[in-house]
Design a protein around this ligand. Structure first.
Ligand SMILES: Cc1cc2nc3c(=O)[nH]c(=O)nc-3n(C[C@H](O)[C@H](O)[C@H](O)COP(=O)(O)OP(=O)(O)OC[C@H]3O[C@@H](n4cnc5c(N)ncnc54)[C@H](O)[C@@H]3O)c2cc1C
Length: 432
């Protein structure tokens, strides 16, 4: 009797354990395909709450979860910590830290980073908010600005130290501006003797005629009013021309500011270069409706690095909910295909609403034409974010922190630790 040789197990390599890659891996967990998930970090980051780390509401560990822990029960998934440097689609290999890892199917979900519109030198002075390191750096800069102002005798320099410029009036800029204003006016207000933190100036700069361009106008108007109530100065139609240590050059003058936060542009990770194919101006790879890459076999691109039109003919937005739905879809589609079952139809995005927070008890939500604002929107925003956080421990800690911050207006994560030394060195270097 001849022994039946089992077919070789297909090997799926997923690069990136963000919203898209992790959702895809979870769909494949427990199946009989071999999955390798590669990320350059050992944790999955919940980016929508980064601004709360940057403004000392939450600690970094509360919005991140080790990838191994999330996937530990799935014996068929191997997690590798490494930086992918390229892809050889002919040999079907991924290059990771100088090694080659073979694949049968490749899923690329490496997300996006900041774009400084051709001015990479601005990054030094105006960090963006994409990683935990960014959030810690911004938190240190904001807290250190008040510390320095407390010691500063010159009133002009004190005013500069207490001016925080947020560049970009999208959801990230709006959230940051509101949260920094609250930090100054509520959490720090009683703690200094020579300055009044409530007098800090938070200036939100936007090149377009209004903030929150992706939201309907009435919600943007509401957000603008709510920000002004918090003391934020909003300057629309004001493109930034230059950024330096001293402040921001605008078309109509110079804004002295010690802290500059970049929330204006994004650029996809270099997947287009790895694959040797064209991208759009933001570096995104156009994909077929099943998320495969035109002209390449066994390669899929999803999440922020992909470009796919939605039902309204416009590209799907760079949102966690798009990335998560694409990851789930692709995981199911790959399983069906590898098992010889009928693959699902094209990917269809179901919007669960567009949300932005404008302070500690106010938010705006657009559910495809139904608009919600104020406190009810904020409560719903909180519930959605708790639900989406990975890990029970994180959920519990975040709810406790929010309750504490809400009831006492205090911030639990104000310790400036190891970054102070780095900050001092940077300060010394920049002043020569
Ligand atoms: C401050 C901020 C607030 C946001 N708020 C919201 C919100 O309220 N609602 C919402 O829906 N969306 C929000 N977003 C957008 C959302 O976070 C993104 O759309 C989502 O993270 C995209 O998921 P992704 O899987 O494509 O990429 P990511 O989540 O960015 O994951 C990419 C992963 O790839 C890894 N990686 C990158 N390059 C490599 C490499 N070369 N080798 C190995 N690994 C690599 C990274 O380490 C990362 O883990 C926000 C984003 C930010 C930055």
């Amino acid at each position: 009797m001849t022994q039946r040789i089992p077919p070789p197990t297909p090997h799926i390599v997923i690069v990136g354990a963000g919203f898209a890659g992790l959702a895809c891996a979870q769909q494949l967990g427990g199946s009989d395909v071999a999955v390798t998930l590669i990320d350059r970090r050992n944790y999955h980051l919940f980016a929508p709450l980064l601004y709360q780390v940057a403004t000392a509401v939450l600690s970094p560990g509360e919005i991140a979860e080790p990838i191994r822990r999330v996937l530990s029960r799935h014996q068929n998934i191997t997690v590798l910590l490494g930086e992918v440097e390229g892809v050889d689609t002919n040999a079907r290999q991924v290059r990771v830290d100088g090694r080659a890892i073979p694949y049968d199917e490749l899923v690329l979900a490496t997300g996006a980073t900041h774009s400084y519109f051709g001015h990479p030198e601005w990054e030094r002075f105006a960090p963006g908010l994409k990683t935990l390191e960014d959030a810690r750096r911004i938190r240190t800069q904001v807290l250190m600005a008040f510390e320095r102002a407390e010691m500063e005798a010159d009133p002009t320099e004190r005013e500069r130290l207490m001016t925080i410029a947020v560049i970009g009036g999208g959801p990230t800029g709006v959230e940051m501006a509101g949260a920094v204003a609250e930090l100054a006016r509520l959490a720090l207000v009683k703690d200094f003797r020579h300055i009044n933190p409530a007098e800090a100036r938070v200036v939100l700069l936007e090149a377009a005629p209004r903030i929150l361009l992706a939201f309907p106008e009435d919600l943007a108007v509401y957000a603008e009013r709510a920000l002004k109530r918090l003391g934020v100065t909003i300057r629309t139609g004001t493109p930034v021309e230059d950024i330096s240590e001293q402040g921001v050059t605008l078309k109509d003058g110079f804004l002295p500011a010690s802290v500059k936060i970049w929330g204006a542009g994004v650029e996809a990770s270099p997947v287009g270069r790895w694959l040797g194919i064209e991208t759009d101006r933001a570096g995104r790879v156009r994909v077929n409706p099943d998320l495969s890459v035109p002209g390449l076999e066994h390669v899929y691109v999803l999440g922020d690095v992909s470009l796919l039109d939605g039902p309204n003919g416009r590209p799907l937005p760079g949102l966690a909910q798009v990335a998560d739905q694409q990851g789930r879809y692709l995981g199911q589609a790959l399983l069906a295909r590898l098992k010889g079952r009928k693959a699902p139809g094209p990917f269809r995005y179901r919007s669960r609403g567009n949300l932005a927070v404008v302070g500690r008890n106010s938010a705006v939500i657009d559910f495809d034409g139904t608009h919600l604002r104020g406190f009810p929107a904020w409560v719903l925003w909180g519930i959605v974010h708790i639900y989406l956080l990975v890990g029970f421990q994180n959920r519990f800690l975040v709810v406790m922190r929010w309750l504490w911050a809400y009831l006492t207006s205090s911030r639990g994560a104000r310790i400036i630790a190891e970054e102070v030394a780095e900050e001092r060195v940077e300060q010394r270097d920049s002043t020569g």
